[in-house]
Design a protein around this ligand. Structure first.
Ligand SMILES: Cc1cc2nc3c(=O)[nH]c(=O)nc-3n(C[C@H](O)[C@H](O)[C@H](O)COP(=O)(O)OP(=O)(O)OC[C@H]3O[C@@H](n4cnc5c(N)ncnc54)[C@H](O)[C@@H]3O)c2cc1C
Length: 479
């Protein structure tokens, strides 16, 4: 019997698992996919929002404002890339200036630092923005993060502190017993005193396994362009359109590796799992991005992708003990990433209060360590530092990803951690081979070979990402 089962290993489930690992508790995380962070947490804008945008008084506003500094702290403990570059929301006409003034008022109500800048001030700090710009709202505490690294690091640290993770375990039913739950997956069942539902876009369905229906999660897709890194100074802040009823609007932003993101769109869809991209929608993204930057250099485009937001009916986060020992953490749409550490703290409080009332004092995990072993990050080292490292481990001298300069030794390092990858995409998320201009054209076969050797598998058994997304179907020639 586990003390608690967390359903879903996105940024929310992983953050909660890490927070609860500070206590003497047996914690199991069940994830339906073959890796952590493959839902919304791995397909978003990667912005650490400052918190000026959510409506004052909502849970979103409270969690975002509290979560912003907590996320920077978690990143420094876990060696996750995050840069506090600030965001600027741009207004190009009088109507948009009015919205910006309302946002300034919201910033004050939410207690978020901001500054209003005029046309000249804006062009001085961001020379490549549209010359149409009239006013901008600078939020200096906003930042950018590597979201893939974040989820892996949170879960790796949680596992190092005693949490158990089971992948490929889709929760299909939950039975409430007198003082426990039985959680059913296709091939197993598990017992727990508490359930924490952090299943993202499926959180309404998982809640309904135990509770009467009281909310719906509607999937709203966002589509993006990714540009290669061509100039680290092209845009220095995250640039936003003024928000509309559809959300925060399109942004143009550097990533932590100085690629550029352009997007997202915002459209309700019927299929919770659909991460397709549509030409007409991407054309609309381009049109809206023009209101931020006149000449986005799309000749550097290397990829398009999409992610699905989990939008609840009341458009706010749902964080509560809905029924005895069943905690819903649902409808966590944007700014869920930025709010993740505040959400985990709130869930920790709800859980510990409730648990102690029923089962007595929970002890502290004396061995809890908030840090994880830093990644190698060879491409950020000086030549001398690289030489020293390669002397100790020659595999660090074998570059397998030419675009991003990633070595075989770094792939082996992530394989030897407590939340290792099993797929090519899993390796890519952890140490970046395949993120560059060739999009895996050169490095994928090499990553595949490393995975084969490490796990003792046949080529045909290696998936690109989700189960069944194999790359080779059968052997050819003399193999
Ligand atoms: C387009 C887009 C842009 C965004 N931009 C930002 C941004 O810039 N900044 C920001 O702060 N936020 C942003 N967000 C929001 C943020 O990404 C989400 O709020 C956050 O990732 C939600 O995390 P989660 O763990 O709740 O959900 P998810 O990451 O979706 O995780 C849920 C997990 O549950 C698993 N699961 C589902 N059902 C089951 C089941 N039955 N059994 C077992 N496992 C199950 C899923 O496989 C998944 O891994 C954006 C979101 C999108 C889609």
């Amino acid at each position: 019997m586990f003390d608690v089962i967390i359903v879903g290993a996105g940024v929310i489930g992983s953050s909660i698992a890490r927070n609860l690992s500070k206590y003497k508790l047996s914690i199991l995380v069940l994830e339906k996919e073959n890796d952590v962070g493959d839902g919304a947490s791995g397909a978003n804008s990667a912005i650490i929002h400052s918190g000026y945008d959510p409506k004052p008084g909502t849970l979103k506003a409270e969690m975002n404002v509290k979560g912003n500094p907590l996320l920077y702290k978690a990143c420094s403990e876990l060696d996750v890339e995050a840069l506090r570059i600030g965001s600027i929301t741009l207004a190009n006409n009088d109507e948009e200036i009015e919205v910006l003034k309302d946002l300034a008022k919201r910033s004050e109500e939410n207690g978020v630092e901001y500054q209003l800048l005029d046309h000249d001030e804006l062009l001085k700090i961001e020379p490549n923005i549209t010359k149409q710009v009239k006013m901008g709202l600078l939020a200096p505490t906003a930042g950018i993060i590597n979201p893939f690294e974040l989820v892996v690091a949170l879960m790796e640290n949680a596992i190092d502190n005693g949490v158990e993770l089971k992948l490929n375990q889709e929760v299909i039913d939950i039975k409430k017993n007198d003082d426990s739950f039985t959680v059913f997956t296709k091939d197993n069942n598990y017992q727990a005193k508490y359930i924490i539902n952090a299943s993202g876009v499926y959180s309404d369905k998982v809640s309904e396994m135990v509770n009467p229906k009281f909310f719906t999660v509607n999937p709203r897709r966002g589509e993006y362009f990714v540009l290669d890194h061509f100039d680290n100074n092209f845009i220095k802040h995250t640039l936003f359109n003024v928000p509309t009823s559809k959300g925060k609007g399109v942004l143009v932003s550097p990533t932590t590796h100085f690629n550029y993101l352009v997007g997202p769109s915002s459209d309700f869809i019927n299929d919770k799992d659909s991460v397709a991209t549509v030409k007409e929608i991407l054309d609309e993204v381009k049109f809206n991005a023009k209101r931020l930057v006149d000449n986005v250099p799309y000749q550097y485009q290397i990829r398009v992708f999409s992610g699905v937001r989990a939008v609840s009916d009341n458009n706010d986060f749902i964080i509560e003990e809905t029924s005895k020992r069943f905690i819903n953490v649902a409808g966590i749409q944007s700014p869920g990433l930025a709010s993740s550490q505040a959400i985990a703290l709130k869930v920790e409080d709800i859980f510990i209060d409730s648990y102690q009332e029923l089962f007595g004092e929970v002890g502290k995990n004396e061995n809890f360590n908030p840090r994880r072993r830093p990644l190698i990050r060879l491409n950020k080292k000086t030549i001398e530092e690289r030489r020293e490292l390669i002397k100790k481990d020659p595999k660090l001298g074998r570059i397998i990803c030419r675009c991003e300069q990633i070595s075989e030794g770094e792939v082996l390092d992530v394989l030897n951690r407590s939340c290792p990858p099993h797929t090519i995409k899993g390796v890519k998320k952890r140490c970046r081979p395949g993120f560059g201009k060739c999009q895996g054209g050169f490095c994928e076969p090499l990553v595949m070979k490393i995975l084969q050797d490490y796990y003792g598998l046949d080529k045909t058994e290696i998936d690109y990402g989700k189960k069944g997304t194999y790359i080779t179907l059968c052997k050819t020639k003399n193999e």
